[in-house]
Design a protein around this ligand. Structure first.
Ligand SMILES: [Zn+2]
Length: 494
């Protein structure tokens, strides 16, 4: 079995101003050939899981190309074209092959191409012909398109949110590919989609959350032999495109009608639970006041500026509220502002000066906050993820400064970096265990830090990752759609 492996992962957001270029992917790592296999070792990425599963099955691996970004606005066309061509031409150059595995997020967008994964897969299929099975793994927030499903034989999504099974998902997709190559199964993938989007904040697969029930339903369908694999995609909702919606998907053994029925079943389960995804949230000022009245530590979740959802991470809304409502409280807040970080480096550690912080990239909703702070520490903010979908991978906040204002330690970073736990704070010497209030700009991973003396309050307000999807000024979505319209029956998109 000769199998080519590659990855190209990135999550887009139409409301975000961020543009990811080659240098942004290179900061995390772009790998080709033997260096790719080396780079994937010790990580819990989907590609790592697939490589291990294929190797265990005795496959001869052809490493082609790997580029993993985080989330942001969109990928610059030039780098998309480069990556697409390296993948397609690299795989074509490796022919003859028995199979192909690709790790993708599934919700990438570019300036021109709105279905980049579909474009890569269609180009690959056209180049290698119809006979070679293609298996792909996707994030649970993938925007799955009919073009992707038409080009790939096997499509498998993450089962969990918070995402803790990227490695296993790559292994499951590769495992099905191996079984297909051995002639044990004839995988057929089908999808169904509704014109509906749901809040990411309420999309956990934990406890009694709505997606936990959907996940359990999917596992039961697999256990009952209804499909080889069942996936559910509550989708990255901040994509302003007419064909974005919650999606059910199934892989069957040579049974297209069976796969379609299971995809419909899991999609209907998500639709029935659509009202349950809403979680309570407060304005920043309300949240700070409520947190001060609570015992223990409170994580303040700046949901509308979630870096993991593609936002700039530069909203100073919570910073302003902390300074106004709790100036002396022991607090930690991280915010992206390369200009402020550069100014801190010019001033040096120990200097006290005035700063204008935040709204560095995105001034549609907020202005920078003026404050006087002491430069407590300067650093490069390098760290290794201790879990999650990027487990084992390195990240770098870039030149970063810890500014001290009253009880607040304000971490000013140069790059918007995916938040997992408190790795970014720890990398700059901030111990969140000593803080009463800690801010996070992620929508789900903070849950891993909750405990008997640590609760959370989610914030609502304007931003590139707003909670209230019905309030966004969508330009391209078709009406009616949930939750803007109170529909009793869904509209099918695919
Ligand atoms: Zn995701």
């Amino acid at each position: 079995m000769r199998v080519a492996v590659a990855s190209f992962e990135y999550e887009g957001n139409s409301l975000s101003l961020r543009v990811e270029r080659r240098a942004d992917f290179a900061r995390i790592g772009i790998f080709e050939g033997a260096a790719l296999l080396q780079a994937m070792e010790g990580k819990d990425l989907a590609l790592t899981g697939a490589i291990h599963a294929l190797r265990d099955a005795g496959a001869d691996l052809v490493p082609v190309f790997a580029a993993k970004g985080g989330a942001g606005g969109h990928v610059e066309d030039a780098f998309f074209h480069e990556a697409r061509d390296r993948i397609v031409e690299g795989i074509a150059a490796a022919l003859p092959l028995d199979g192909v595995y690709l790790a993708m997020h599934g919700a990438m967008i570019c300036a021109e191409e709105k279905d980049p994964e579909g474009a890569v897969l269609a180009a690959l299929r056209a180049r290698i012909g119809p006979g070679i099975p293609i298996a792909i793994s996707l994030d649970l927030h993938a925007h799955v398109t009919p073009r992707m499903v038409a080009a790939a034989d096997i499509v498998v999504g993450y089962e969990t949110y918070p995402h803790v099974d990227a490695y296993q998902t790559g292994g499951r997709a590769a495992g099905l590919l191996v079984r297909a190559l051995r002639g044990e199964i004839r995988p057929v993938t089908r999808m169904r989609k509704y014109n509906a989007i749901v809040p990411v904040l309420g999309g956990a697969t934990l406890g009694d959350a709505p997606m936990a029930h959907v996940a359990a339903h999917a596992r039961a369908l697999e256990a009952a032999g209804r499909a080889l694999s069942v996936s559910y995609f509550p989708v990255q909702p901040w994509l302003d495109m007419a064909d974005v919606g919650i999606t059910g998907l199934a892989v069957s053994d040579g049974d297209p009608a069976g796969a379609e029925a299971v995809a419909q079943d899991i999609l209907d389960d998500m639709w029935r639970r659509r009202r349950d995804f809403e979680l309570p949230a407060m304005t920043p000022a309300e949240a700070v006041r409520a947190a001060l009245a609570l015992p223990g530590r409170t994580l303040l979740i700046d949901a509308p500026d979630a870096i993991g959802g593609g936002a700039s991470g530069d909203s100073p809304a919570l910073l302003a509220a902390l300074l106004a409502e709790a100036p002396e409280a022991d607090a930690a807040l991280c915010l992206v502002d390369p200009a402020a970080a550069a100014r801190a480096f010019e001033l040096g550690e120990g200097a006290e000066a005035s700063f204008a912080i935040g709204a560095w990239q995105d001034r549609r909703w907020f202005k920078p906050v003026e404050l006087v702070a002491r430069v407590e520490r300067l650093c490069e903010g390098s760290f290794t993820y201790r879990g999650g979908p990027a487990s084992g991978a390195r990240a770098r906040l870039g030149p970063s400064a810890v500014l001290r204002v009253g009880g607040l330690r304000l971490l000013v970073a140069s790059h918007a970096v995916y938040e997992h736990l408190d790795e970014h704070y720890a990398a700059c010497g901030i111990d969140i265990a000593a803080c009463k209030l800690v801010s996070f700009k992620n929508l789900m991973n903070y849950r891993k830090l909750l405990g008997p003396d640590t609760g959370f309050i989610a914030l609502h307000g304007p931003g590139a990752t707003p909670l209230r999807l019905q309030d966004v000024a969508w330009e391209n979505r078709r009406r009616p759609f949930w939750p803007a319209d109170d529909m009793t029956a869904p509209t099918a998109l695919a």
